[in-house]
Every structure is written in C-alpha cells, then in structure tokens.
Write a protein that binds this ligand. Structure first.
Ligand SMILES: *Cc1c(COP(=O)(O)O)cnc(C)c1O
Length: 370
C-alpha cells in the first residue's frame, strides 16, 4: 500500500486553474490587492457569512498582525493545546503567553479557569477552536467584557464551521483563519483576519502592506503579509469545491465512528449539537488501561503499515523550549491538557481517502488491542 498521511491537500482539476493563470499573465497584476484578491475577499465574506475579511500570505502572519491591529501588549491568556503558531504569534509581538488548561470535553481553553489567570498585565484572550470545535464564546466574551480584555480567536481549524447556523469565524474582536495546504480550505499557503467594521479592516489592510495608508503615508510600522494573485485565484476555484470536500469528510468521520465505537479504550468525538462541522481532523483518545496499549504504541504500529497518523497536539506548546520555563507552563497547571496530549492521535482524514483504507486502519487498531 502507498503511504497514507494524516491529510492530503485538496486540489481541484488542474485544467480548471489554467484560465486563472492566463488572466494573471495578461493583466500582469501579481499582488497588492489585485482583481482575484478582491474577488476572494468578497466570496469568502459571502461563504462564511461575515462582514469584513482581509486576506494574508499565511495564517501566522495574520495572527501576528491581528495582535498588532488591536495593539495587544503585556500578557495574553491562551491554550497550550494547539499548533505552536498560536503562541509564537504572541512571542513575535513581545507578549507574554499565559497558559490556561483546557476542557476535557472539547479540548478548548477552559473558560472556568480564565479568571484566575488574569493579572493587571492581561490585555487579551487568545482561544483556539481546536479541530474546529467551537469554543464557549459566550462565556469567554462575558469574562472579556468584565475585565476589559480583547478576544482574538485562532480559527485556523474552523473554516466553514457554524453554530446555530452562524459562522464561528465571526466570533471575538478578530478571528484568524489559515488556508495552509493541510487545512480544509487551502490556497497553498494563506490566511485571513475576520473583523466587524470598515475602519478595522482598513487598519489591517494598512498593516499587512508595510503600514501604507496611501501612496505617500505610512501610518504604522507594518509588515508585508499580503496574499498574492495566484493564491487568491486558487482560492476562488477551491471555494467551488469546498462544500463537496466537507461532505466527503463527514462521511469519512461517520464511518470511522461506526467502526471504532466498538473498540474498548478508543474514544472519538460525537457530533456536537447545533454545530455544522468541517471534519478537519479525526482525533481519537487512547485509554491505555482499557485498550492495553498506549497512544505511542498505536502510532508506531500504524507506521509499520505505512500509515502516518499525527499526535496533534503533542508535545503541548507549553512544553517547547521557548515556553517551558514560564510559570503557567508547569504541568501541574495544565493537568487536562497534559493528559489529553498523552492520549490523542489524529487519524488520516481527507476528501479522497478511500473507505477500504479507512477500514484497514480501524482493523489494525481493533486487532492491536490486548
Ligand atoms: C495551521 C495553524 C496555524 C498557522 O497557520 P499557517 O497558515 O500555517 O501559518 C495557526 N494556528 C493553528 C491552530 C493552526 O492549525
């Protein structure tokens, strides 16, 4: 069998992309808010049901710029259970990350633990909708309002996710998306910030273009984080396929659940009430007592069969060397995150994953049990 990776980037038919390239070659407008860039911003506002969106070269630059936009300083409360870029974006802004533990049900930042971590230096909360599971945003917003904090969501996993029919990409003061190759919707590399008013959108657009407000005015020490025309054109084409891709992911997730639920010690996420999901990841938890083997055992076993699952998110961000000496990074402060990180494994999920491969994966997990 060919190697099976945790994901395979979704690509539309190549011949459908060439007309876009021809147009770019004719126009000779390669970046700086070109035609496709403007079209993709509009199309995404429409698709996601949000008012303002600003495209970026990638999600990490979008996160860094989101923090600059709101002039966040001091300390920011965040989760250790995420991709490193969530916390790195704080570090690149000279902000001290303060880690707060996660909920054992959603693996998201636990709102009940936030207040105890607030100090006079706290200015914002940076939660992550891990695997696309919505954070408890009402509760988080209430805390933010009480203490005068900003909320910036890392919504890198949450493309297309809706709660009660509303896009979760609209939560918080700002929400940041990633269109990296491995995400549900990709533009090779790419990202975006969702905001709620025109003035903020303009500020973000200035910041991502060196701080240029117009030809001769620089209003801030901006950066170059612009999405180019090839990425934007590709995004427009991808958008035509994204619903189909998500529907296919859903079928895969359902089949996984069906086959794995009978295996003792293997736990999966159920569908969440009132949530239209994007099935961006398929995490399982391996209870080594009930299953008889550890997560690492399963990871290695699958590898011997050419199946490359991923331990998202192990190690925790708080255990990486730039952060591990912070007081809030101590394992005692993050017991749930530490436990989940030791048990979690993300299985392959992507639109063209064949059921026969999925069944083989489940069968390996089933027969490997002791
Ligand atoms: C992918 C990802 C990012 C970074 O996005 P890039 O587009 O790869 O820079 C940030 N946060 C999380 C949670 C991610 O999964």
């Amino acid at each position: 069998m060919d190697s099976i990776f945790v994901t395979q980037p979704f690509l539309p038919p190549l011949e459908e992309f060439t007309p876009y390239l021809q147009e770019i070659w004719e126009n000779k407008w390669l970046t700086n808010n070109g035609k496709f860039h403007q079209e993709l911003e509009k199309a995404l506002c429409n698709y996601l049901g949000v008012k303002y969106i600003s495209l970026f070269a990638n999600g990490t630059l979008a996160l860094i710029t989101a923090l600059q936009t709101l002039k966040i300083t001091g300390e920011v409360i965040t989760t250790p259970f995420s991709f490193v870029a969530s916390t790195h974006s704080l570090w690149w802004n000279g902000i001290k990350p303060v880690f707060v533990d996660i909920e054992k049900e959603s693996f998201n930042l636990n709102p009940d633990k936030i207040e105890a971590a607030i100090t006079p230096h706290t200015t914002a909360i940076l939660p992550v909708h891990v695997y696309g599971n919505p954070c408890k945003h009402d509760q988080i917003q209430k805390i933010a309002d009480t203490y005068g904090l900003k909320v910036i969501y890392d919504a890198a996993h949450a493309f297309g996710v809706k709660q009660n029919g509303i896009s979760i990409a609209g939560y918080g003061d700002l929400s940041v998306l990633s269109f990296h190759a491995t995400k549900v919707f990709n533009t090779f590399e790419g990202g975006a910030i969702v905001c709620h008013d025109e003035k903020t959108k303009k500020r973000i657009d200035d910041l991502k273009n060196f701080g240029f407000h117009d030809e001769t005015t620089v209003v801030a020490p901006g950066i170059n984080a612009k999405m180019n025309e090839i990425q934007a054109a590709f995004g427009l084409l991808q958008l035509k396929y994204v619903d189909e891709a998500i529907a296919r992911r859903k079928k895969i997730a359902e089949r996984y659940r069906e086959l794995l639920k009978e295996i003792k010690g293997i736990n999966t996420f159920d569908e969440i009430e009132n949530v239209t999901h994007n099935y961006s990841y398929f995490p399982i938890l391996i209870d080594n007592i009930k299953y008889g083997r550890t997560r690492n055992d399963v990871f290695e076993k699958l590898k011997t069969e050419n199946i490359y699952s991923r331990k998202y998110f192990y190690p925790l961000i708080s255990n990486f060397s730039p952060y591990k000496s912070l007081e809030s990074a101590m394992p005692d402060n993050l017991p749930v995150a530490e436990k989940i990180a030791a048990q979690v494994l993300c299985l392959p999920i992507y639109p063209v994953l064949e059921f026969s491969v999925l069944e083989k994966i489940c069968n390996i997990i089933k027969t490997f049990k002791v």
